[in-house]
Design a protein around this ligand. Structure first.
Ligand SMILES: Nc1ncnc2c1ncn2[C@@H]1O[C@H](COP(=O)(O)OP(=O)(O)O)[C@@H](O)[C@H]1O
Ligand SMILES: [Mg+2]
Length: 359
């Protein structure tokens, strides 16, 4: 049997967070022919026709979010070539709105969440809600777009922002415009706004949008505020392996994600979270899935969000992983190796199935 050929997304601009570096190393050292390919090239469809699989670690940045799913859909659905991440693993990536429906459909243990596409409904909910609650945007990482709301007045402010005004991600919390106004960059941006408003007024030329340009509008996403968590629990499942660690909140804050305070004390990782993560990943048919867990106010472990990709170093730094039977496997492991190993097996299985059907 000739060796498999796998296309891996590659450009000279890839940063150290990209899984491509290690995927290429792993695949090459396991007898796989690797085709390094910029999957955003116009000729991509023809370029991957002769490949047995395609791998692309795309990020939660607008340019990737508007290109990768479309390109991968064409390859996976219409060329019938296995891809990583596949549809099951990626359709809800960096979209908490999609994850709301995903976790509901899977009936996963999840934090109580309210999602409204209608202004009046959102307002009505806010009038009756018990505070505090959490308001989130659909997109974003490192807690940037996650806010604790203490009253109806505050909730209405956010509902108005997202329905009646213009709300870009990375403009809340530490990124808040007013909060940074007195810094040098704040004053510079104030000046630029003045200049940019002139062509808008005179020529309908819209001012430049922020780097994270995916405007958030016409939805409101709230969650029960789960009190008393001084950390969250991150479980990452790839096939039969689960890595687990905790992340401490920022000082004086309820938000852990992005705090940088990762703790690898395995006694702090509830085994229930590992079992749940295995179970939900199987139900989801996902190739690779990380879960953020906290305890809700009934002291149940609940999922607050999911993601197919994550910071690779955080996994490698873990002292080992658990298998499905919760046996511990000591040692540092690359999550990219696990993804590539499983992906090769998946391609072989799918080719084998085709052989059986054609026999
Ligand atoms: N409903 C909630 N109740 C209490 N804390 C929460 C809740 N949702 C999120 N958090 C905290 O905020 C952090 C960021 O939330 P998350 O939804 O994971 O957003 P991000 O996509 O930015 O990681 C979490 O790591 C957790 O510590
Ligand atoms: Mg998170």
């Amino acid at each position: 049997m000739p060796s498999l050929k796998i296309a891996v997304h590659w450009t000279r601009k890839l940063d150290k967070y990209s899984y491509s570096h290690r995927w290429i190393e792993y695949l090459s050292s396991h007898g796989i022919q690797v085709k390094k390919l910029d999957l955003k090239k116009p000729e991509v469809i023809n370029e991957v026709r002769d490949c047995d699989g395609v791998m692309w670690h795309w990020y939660h940045i607008p340019d990737d979010k508007q290109s990768a799913p479309k390109i991968l859909d064409a390859i996976e659905t219409n060329l019938g070539i296995p891809v990583f991440p596949d549809h099951y693993s990626r359709w809800h990536y960096d979209e908490k709105l999609a994850q709301y429906y995903l976790l509901e459909a899977l009936d996963a243990p999840r934090v109580k969440t309210w999602l409204f596409w209608d202004y009046e409904q959102a307002l009505d909910f806010a009038r009756k809600a018990e505070y505090p609650i959490v308001f989130k945007l659909s997109v974003g990482a490192a807690s940037a777009n996650v806010v604790k709301i203490k009253s109806f007045v505050e909730a209405r402010l956010y509902i108005d922002k997202v329905f009646k005004k213009t709300l870009f991600p990375y403009s809340l919390n530490e990124f808040d415009f007013q909060r940074n106004l007195l810094s040098l960059s704040g004053l510079k941006s104030l000046l630029k706004r003045g200049i940019n408003s002139i062509p808008y007024i005179l020529n309908n030329e819209y001012p430049p949008v922020p780097e994270y340009y995916l405007l958030q509008k016409n939805y409101a996403y709230f969650q029960e505020f789960c009190d008393g968590n001084d950390h969250d629990i991150r479980i990452t499942v790839i096939g039969d392996r689960a890595w687990g660690f905790t992340r401490a909140n920022r000082p004086g804050d309820f938000r852990a994600s992005g705090s940088g305070s990762v703790c690898y004390d395995t006694s702090k990782v509830p085994r229930e979270a590992i079992s749940t993560a295995f179970e939900i990943t199987e139900k989801m048919h996902a190739q690779s899935m990380a879960y953020d867990f906290v305890y809700n106010n009934q002291k149940e472990l609940v999922i607050i969000e999911v993601t197919y990709c994550f910071v690779r170093f955080a996994i490698y730094d873990a002292p080992g992983y658990w298998d499905r039977d919760l046996n511990w496997h000591e040692g540092h492991h690359y999550s990219e190796d696990a993804q590539a190993e499983d992906f090769i097996a998946m391609i072989k299985r799918s080719q084998n199935d085709v052989c059986i059907v054609n026999r």
